[in-house]
Design a protein around this ligand. Sequence first.
Ligand SMILES: Cc1ncc(COP(=O)(O)O)c(C=O)c1O
Length: 367
Amino acid sequence: MNGEMDWSLFFRKELEPVQAYRPGLREEQIRQIAKADTIYKLSSNESPLPPFPSALKAMREALSTLNEYPDGSSHHLTQLLSWHYQIPSEQIIVGNGSNELIDLIAQTCLEPGDNVVYGWPSFVVYRSSAQIAGADCREVALAADGSFDLDALLAAIDQRTKIVTVCTPNNPTGAVVSAAALEDFLKKVPSHVLVVLDAAYEEFVDDEQAAAPLAYFDGQRPYVVLRTFSKIYALAGLRCGYGFAPSILVEMLHKIREPFNVNALAQIAARACLEDDEELDRRRALNTAGKRNLCACFERLGLKYYPSEANFVWVEVPDAAATFDALLSKGIITRPFPEANGLRVGIGDTAGVTATITAFETLFPTQ
Ligand SMILES: Cc1ncc(COP(=O)(O)O)c(C=O)c1O
């Protein structure tokens, strides 16, 4: 071969706008910066607690079987989900995180020239999955309360729209759409558009007016609900999510997924979690209490925040980058959104919430 290689010959041009996911700082990098002994990682909407004890026990017992491939159909987990939610197993798909399911849906449905409609800011994978498939992204501003503006989403839909995604509670604002608004929206979405409802934070919701996404699932209309074991179930490192979809779409997703997409420990741990309602309730109560305390602190300090229904709170500060650095030096890692002067602050365990409140009170003293 002579001369410089022209690598662009090899690469799909649709990939040009795609940006690699930028991970947060690693623990050792943080330890170099932070002056605190204890680090609170509140930047990735993870659980501050370890996996459920029942899940840890089940995984320990399964370690010696890891010489075998996992069950490629996630059979037992799918059956349990079917029983748990009273939805036929043919309408359920398990994925390597719900992230994989978002990608699979995009790969299944989108062609270059199609477009995808979703609110913004929201989960970055809505954008990357569409871009990778060569589709256009229509990013619609959020409503004033930080939730998806469903009327604005409807207005952005046209003949080439294949998917409209609704995230409730929304990441990064924690705001939800109401049941009445979602019901009305679903009636108005044209039938050529697949509605994907991402309910990754559903288990944290306290608001009784909030939409319960599964209430509208009938396995017939083009409506998908996605959930995950990464958040309240504290299994982010294992990668396990699931979705409810019409069986014809589930069959398509099975065609293109990897044969062994969900690892064996993830399947076993997820089953243990689903059978442990007591631990689920305990964790929900802990999150609710932490969220109340943190929001009360922002209220006292006069900082604007969105009342959150998730395991994080969006707060506005005069200088997000500087506040991020100041919190980091105290061992508290948050996620800054400098373009919006916002920080997404995860709800830690009791000690984490107390440390966060103390840090904010120091940084923003009241007169
Ligand atoms: C809104 C939303 N959806 C989906 C995911 C993906 O979750 P996972 O792939 O871990 O199931 C996340 C992760 O942060 C998220 O915030």
